[in-house]
Design a protein around this ligand. Structure first.
Ligand SMILES: CC(C)(COP(=O)(O)OP(=O)(O)OC[C@H]1O[C@@H](n2cnc3c(N)ncnc32)[C@H](O)[C@@H]1OP(=O)(O)O)[C@@H](O)C(=O)NCCC(=O)NCCS
Length: 266
């Protein structure tokens, strides 16, 4: 197995998080590609793990924390690490050392770049980006918000602890309409899926809603709202991890519209 930097021939795999077989991922549109094109000059780094047969089984992406949704300076934030774990497509590559190799390669890269440390977000439960996996690799928890943990590994005594951005503002209720607010950063197909599914779900009921979309990869949006990827129906945030199905999102919106107007929606 070897770890390589992303090259143009593998970009299509990176944009779909190695899941070129997945119909769900297709629903995420091309937002990740657009995000990458727009922000790649901000220091985004991507590494891939390739097995001896030349199959890409894992990836890690990280960027200077200043360009991310985490508060910090002179650190790199791991947006995500993913070792393909599904039977479909290229198959299950987990528990073969790829994750560890990717993390170590990223850490060495960040050291060589002269940064004072590396940060990752993680979940306090045993799924997705498990905080416990990072702890096992020497990361220390520095912040927490509900299930989300922020963990870091400083490489210098001068390193300053990062923190999670706090929500600064909530959308408001609007008389006579359901107010839908969609925040999308672009780096994660799972969130991009929620974005696209929500846009599809409001087809045909435009008269009953107001929809505002926000590109949270733009600093001014993050600074104003303190939100990266999120969906709000009026002033209530909808849980979007793992991404709800199209049907589920549609049902939630229709329920709100029905309550509001008592209109007859199928
Ligand atoms: C967390 C993650 C990156 C780890 O990747 P991995 O390649 O499975 O990691 P490793 O193989 O290096 O280590 C995992 C385990 O396998 C064990 N292992 C490592 N090499 C091994 C080998 N050759 N044979 C058997 N076991 C091995 C390790 O001891 C480790 O044990 P643990 O489960 O008790 O921690 C991977 O599980 C993953 O992608 N999870 C999902 C993350 C996710 O959702 N990302 C997207 C977020 S947007």
């Amino acid at each position: 197995m070897k770890i390589i930097n992303l090259t143009p021939e593998y970009e299509h795999l990176y944009f779909c998080c190695l899941e070129d077989w997945s119909d769900d991922i297709k629903e995420a549109g091309n937002h990740k590609e657009l995000w990458y094109e727009k922000h790649k000059d901000k220091g985004i780094r991507v590494k891939l793990a390739i097995n001896d047969e030349g199959v890409v089984g894992g990836m890690i992406q990280y960027l200077p924390v200043e360009h991310s949704f985490v508060i910090g300076t002179d650190l790199y934030l791991i947006l995500c690490i993913w070792v393909h774990g599904h039977k479909k497509g290229c198959g299950n590559f987990q528990k073969k050392g790829m994750g560890t190799a990717l993390l170590e390669a990223a850490e060495n890269d960040v050291k060589e770049l002269g940064s004072s440390g590396i940060v990752s977000w993680g979940i306090g439960l045993p799924f997705f980006m498990r905080a416990s996996w990072f702890k096992k690799h020497g990361y220390e928890q520095v912040d927490k918000n509900s299930m989300i943990r922020l963990l870091w590994k400083p490489f210098s005594k001068k390193a300053i602890k990062p923190s999670l951005m706090k929500q600064l503002k909530s959308p408001e209720k609007i008389d006579g309409k359901v107010n839908i607010s969609l925040f999308k950063n672009g780096w994660c197909p799972a969130f991009n899926m929620v974005y696209e599914r929500t846009l599809r779900a409001v087809n045909g009921i435009e008269d009953n809603i107001i929809i505002n979309t926000y590109d949270s990869a733009e600093r001014n949006v993050l600074n104003e709202w303190g939100l990266s990827d999120a969906l709000f129906l009026d002033n209530k945030q909808v849980r979007t991890g793992p991404p709800p199905s199209f049907k589920k999102i549609q049902k939630k919106i229709y329920r709100k519209v029905k309550k509001l107007k008592k209109v007859n929606i199928q």
